[in-house]
Design a protein around this ligand. Structure first.
Ligand code: AMP
Length: 175
């Protein structure tokens, strides 16, 4: 099946000009969900990985399934103030203003091999902040994997320029 057909587009959400690529329809479709997880996992089959890191919130759903499939641990990267133990934070720029993501200090140990997972890469700002957090903890970033790429926004290229291997399953034009 074509995964693209299982992703719903909501025009002008959350604001005018944005085509929101809604993966809840993919997640609700058993075959599409399984195929997406299988395709996300495929580049890493047979590699030794310690952890999958997922970005709140859709990255938790996909990253949890990928971690299970790879017999790796799962590390949640969360919005500010959500994690209960000691954390490290990284601030990153949004189109208007800034945002912060956090990780538990003891979630990743130096030298651990980690794959980053999220539903979508746009400008790459969120993923680069996540990679910064993981790198500060001493992780080795094996790759970053996304279901959706918005290539016009250049995020996947930014990650590749930073030396990160990137895999994406479906590309959509526009923002
Ligand atoms: P960015 O940091 O610009 O790469 O944005 C990626 C994050 O914003 C991901 O966590 C996405 O879930 C969300 N996002 C950005 N643009 C869209 C879009 N057009 N449709 C759905 N989610 C988006």
């Amino acid at each position: 099946m074509n995964l693209r057909d299982s992703i719903r587009t909501i025009p002008d959400y959350p604001k005018a000009g944005i085509q929101f690529r809604d993966i809840t329809t993919l997640l609700a479709d058993a075959r599409a969900f399984r195929q997406a997880v299988d395709e996300l996992v495929q580049p890493f089959a047979g590699l030794k990985l310690d952890k999958v890191a997922g970005i709140e919130a859709r990255g938790f759903i996909l990253g949890g399934a990928v971690a299970h499939q790879l017999s790796a641990g799962f590390v949640p990267l969360r919005k500010k103030g959500k994690l209960p133990h000691r954390t490290r934070a990284v601030e990153y720029a949004l189109e208007y203003g800034t945002d912060v993501i956090e990780m538990h200090l003891d979630a990743v140990h130096p030298g651990e091999r980690v794959v980053l997972v999220d539903d979508l890469i746009a400008t790459g700002g969120t993923a680069l902040a996540a990679i910064d957090l993981l790198t500060q903890a001493g992780a080795v970033i094996v790759a970053a994997a996304f279901v959706v790429d918005l290539p016009e926004l250049g995020g996947a290229d930014r990650l590749r320029e930073a030396g990160i291997e990137v895999s994406t399953l479906v590309a959509f034009e526009g923002h």
